[in-house]
Design a protein around this ligand. Sequence first.
Ligand code: SF4
Ligand code: SF4
Length: 156
Amino acid sequence: MSDPIDRKGLKSRFWERKSLDQMSPKEWEALCDGCGKCCLNKLEDEDTGEVALTRVACRLFDDTTCRCAQYDIRHQFVPECIVLKPSNLDTHAYWMPETCAYRLLWQGKPLPEWHPLITGDPESVHAAGVSMRLRTVPEFEIDQDDWEDHIIEEPI
Ligand code: SF4
Ligand code: SF4
């Protein structure tokens, strides 16, 4: 499958030489590995602040492609969908998936070896078993009170 993210023409290992707020919009977008885990509904423990992922996916998530089905116009349907930026990463990193490239770099960690920027292959995230491809249930099928029955260990 062709890469839905344009990663062509980027400087080799730019993420090791630039801070997140120095990246161009194209470099920033290219950091996304396409795992789809940020499109899962999460449960947050009010007392501990712990975040659990569920396999209950946002209504716009298509788990065959592992992508948002309406990315460009998603806010018409899901106004609460976050637009992640260097300026709001401090606020959101705590709930981002453990393997998310934005969270890893924010934590000062390297990208994993299966990341498409390293392999040159958008399929490598799926082959590594860390994506949500064919692993979700749509939120309109599951009552919110039952989401805790669908808590998953993060595929890492
Ligand atoms: S969790 Fe991070 S790397 Fe995975 S799809 Fe979301 S933004 Fe991209
Ligand atoms: S609107 Fe699209 S990008 Fe946002 S959480 Fe839902 S599926 Fe993911």
